[in-house]
Write a protein that binds this ligand. Structure first.
Ligand code: NOJ
Length: 761
């Protein structure tokens, strides 16, 4: 009898527990109710587990890992002490780790699987800076959609992108990953990318071809002193509120579900331990209800910053400041339980973090089907599809910027020409893939040589001239450049001598920009400059095609070389895109998203600077703001880019000369395609708030439109300015729209334009 009742009791207990543990799976309940139901069942250890993210280990599909961190991670996974993994990829791998989380842990909470899907997954788009040069928001959104579709087909449900860091310093290698120097353009692109990855509305996350996005790096990582990676950031509130934060706010408003904090200290406080940024602004003022992930080991790195004594203090400070998930510091998992038990961390803060993480997991539909991204058939169909290749080719063409085209060297004639193609990058099938390309394979980009070979009417001859690098080229290793071997120069000169046109593909290797890739010079690395000058001596009819992940400073080439094409690192379809532009099958329309300096001494250089008290040389002496050895203007300004056709701007007009605050300012301009080709122009509108309670920049981009015109066609382009564009943030973060005089400038780049003024009452 006794035995019977114990058995019955146990049966009852198990059934109740099952009912309880499953209650959060009831789809008829709201997400918040489901979170409540789950949270009630979680132990402190399990809660902390949700806040722990580990980098992947590869043995999960085989026998359980033995030894080292892999074994530890595996053990933690089985205990429910891991909430997320990164860089696990492929349906099989993801299914394997997810199976452990769902089937072997007490509560079966699925993992969220993160990955750096930055400019594509396997089929690669241009690097983000290049995409920004398209100023084509639809295309950029589409590119993120393609990336999301491939990543999701490979088991991934969360990308660590978009990077929305504004940067004005080309020395910093990570400018390749952002949208350039301007907060307005950067905000629009942030929105496009977030919606591309996630969909237009929150419910879209439930689809199987969307993934959660992550706005990073919060905040001010792009302002590292002297462009040196991970360096100190010390900026004032004017820059923080008006330049750094707007793209993050735009990402939040577009619905981004996660934020990543950053490695840098900001005004003395590491971003990871920065409660002002994460609690006051992001989760407070902006009301962000997703979660914040640390950057890789950035919680632990607060010890190196001298902001925490040890791992325990670092954990405490990070949680207090609102860092919800720990990427690879191994600290939350080891320290948080005791910190809570000792009363050093308030359980409410842990609960808040866990709620946020679970919320995103519910929104992705992971509780309803933890294996929804693990469909082998879809993986096969989607990754590398023709449609995806077509899409990245289109994005690549749109990203190209024509910097110079004298003597009408471009477009190339399609027949009867001898073309000499020179430069090892012209025959490189790996470098164009860029830096963030962990899921792609080496040698999978279309090279320029292959792209140009499609045009059979000309005689095409190739010589590399010189190798760019020696030794291995990988994501993690320092590159070594060829600075001595010029043995290929003669052969290159020989083909150049007799050519009608020489196309030289020179620049940076794809792994020369990106994380950990700061530079103190912006020249052509290795012996490339010498090669360029040698070839120029035998044939000056050179089209220079640049491959680079940041603005370069090329004063000699900018002066001497008649045609220069900025082709960045354009991804999988790079060579096809470049060839189509060179041959005029695609008329380039890209515009620079960052100023290109004349030399590195000008860095940081940006168009939206503040005037000094002595901006011009009025008195013809040295006492004005300038350099004595080089002009203070950039080589190529922000927003600059040519076309094979030409555009004329006429009749800039405003509907009134004075406006009340709540009124909209209507600006219009006539644009004519006055050249010989159909083409596209990015019409740019800048304003200047002439006098304000804080000094305002000499120009600020506040509108742009990509306009397509047939040759000879004219269109009226209109813009509307409202309080959203006319105001600025004061040093306390309040948004002000102040009455006074405003200048309006409209043109094809930040340096030229028609001007008008109006009064705001
Ligand atoms: C460090 C980088 O700063 C960050 O952007 C990236 O997402 C993580 N590593 C994960 O790879």
């Amino acid at each position: 009898m006794k035995i019977k009742s114990i058995t019955l009791f146990m049966l009852f207990a198990i059934t109740t527990m099952n009912a309880q543990t499953k209650s959060h799976l009831d789809k008829t309940k709201t997400t918040e109710e489901r979170i409540d139901l789950l949270m009630k069942q979680m132990t402190l250890e399990e809660k902390v587990g949700q806040m722990n993210q580990y980098n992947g280990f590869w043995e999960v599909t085989g026998p359980a890992p033995k030894g080292g961190t892999a074994e530890l991670k595996y053990e933690h996974l089985k205990k429910g002490w891991v909430g997320s993994m990164l860089t696990v990829r492929g349906v099989e791998q993801v299914r394997a780790v997810q199976k452990i989380a769902v089937e072997q842990t007490r509560l079966g909470i699925p993992l969220i699987i993160g990955f750096d899907v930055i400019h594509g997954y396997k089929t690669l788009s241009p690097i983000p800076l290049a995409e920004a040069a398209s100023w084509d928001l639809e295309a950029i959104k589409k590119s993120a959609q393609v990336a999301a579709s491939e990543a999701s087909a490979s088991g991934i449900n969360w990308t660590f992108g978009p990077m929305v860091d504004i940067s004005r310093d080309a020395r910093w290698g990570r400018v390749m990953e952002g949208a350039g120097e301007d907060p307005f353009l950067g905000s629009k692109i942030a929105e496009a990318r977030v919606k591309g990855f996630q969909g237009d509305k929150r419910e879209d996350l439930l689809k199987d071809n969307t993934i959660a996005a992550c706005a990073k790096h919060f905040a001010a990582y792009g302002f590292a002193e002297s462009g040196k990676e991970y360096n100190t950031v010390d900026i004032g509130n004017a820059t923080l509120y008006n330049t750094v934060l707007p793209p993050f706010k735009a990402a939040k408003d577009a619905g981004v579900r996660t934020f990543m904090n950053s490695f840098n200290i900001l005004n003395g406080i590491p971003a990871t331990g920065n409660s002002f940024l994460q609690r006051d602004i992001l989760k407070g003022k902006w009301n962000f209800d997703g979660f914040v992930i640390s950057d890789w080991a950035s919680i632990r790195e607060m010890i190196n910053h001298g902001f925490a004594q040890d791992g325990k203090e670092a954990s405490q400070k990070a949680v207090d400041a609102g860092s919800d998930m720990d990427m690879e510091s191994y600290l939350y998992v080891n320290e948080l339980v005791s910190l809570v038990n000792e009363g050093k961390v308030d359980i409410k803060k842990v609960d808040d973090a866990v709620r946020r993480i679970l919320r995103v997991k519910f929104e992705l539909g992971l509780f309803d089907d933890p294996f929804k991204y693990c469909d082998k058939k879809r993986e096969k169909e989607v990754i590398g599809s023709k449609a995806n290749n077509d899409a990245v080719l289109d994005m690549a063409r749109k990203s190209i910027v024509l910097l110079k085209n004298e003597r009408k060297l471009l477009p190339l004639k399609k027949s009867g020409q001898k073309i000499a193609l020179i430069g090892s990058l012209a025959n490189d099938k790996t470098s164009p893939l860029g830096s963030w390309r962990i899921a792609s394979d080496d040698n999978t980009a279309v090279s320029v040589l292959e792209g140009m070979q499609q045009y059979k009417g000309n005689q095409l001859v190739f010589e590399k001239g010189a190798d760019l690098t020696v030794g291995k080229t990988t994501f993690v290793d320092e590159l070594v450049f060829n600075t001595t071997d010029k043995s290929g120069f003669e052969a290159a000169k020989n083909i150049a001598k007799t050519a009608d046109v020489v196309v030289m593909v020179l620049g940076e290797h794809g792994f020369q920009s990106g994380e950990g890739r700061s530079r103190t010079s912006l020249d052509l690395p290795g012996v490339q400059q010498e090669l360029l000058e040698e070839i120029y001596k035998v044939n000056p009819n050179i089209v220079l095609v640049l491959n680079n992940g940041r603005p370069l400073a090329l004063p000699w080439a900018s002066e001497k070389i008649p045609a220069i094409v900025e082709a960045w690192h354009l991804g999988t379809q790079s060579g096809n895109a470049i060839a189509q532009v060179l041959y005029g099958d695609y008329n380039p329309s890209g515009k620079l998203p960052m100023s290109f300096p004349r030399n590195i001494g000008q860095c940081p250089i940006y168009y939206n600077f503040h005037n000094t008290g002595r901006p011009t040389n009025a008195d013809k002496n040295v006492f004005w703001s300038h350099y004595t050895d080089v002009e203070k203007t950039p080589q190529f300004p922000f927003g600059f880019g040519l076309s094979y056709t030409s555009f004329e701007y006429k009749n800039l007009s405003l509907d009134k000369s004075s406006y009340k605050k709540e009124e909209k300012v209507k600006v219009s301009v006539e644009l004519t395609n006055s050249g010989d080709f159909d083409g596209k122009e990015v019409v740019q509108l800048y304003i200047r708030d002439v006098a304000a309670s804080l000094s305002r920049p000499v120009k600020e981009l506040k509108g742009f439109e990509l306009v397509e015109l047939k040759k000879g066609e004219t269109k009226l382009v209109t813009f509307t300015l409202s309080n959203d564009e006319l105001g600025f943030y004061d040093n306390d973060g309040n948004y002000l729209v102040e009455p006074g005089t405003f200048k309006v400038m409209v043109g094809g780049n930040s340096d030229i334009g028609l001007e008008s003024i109006f009064e705001l009452k």
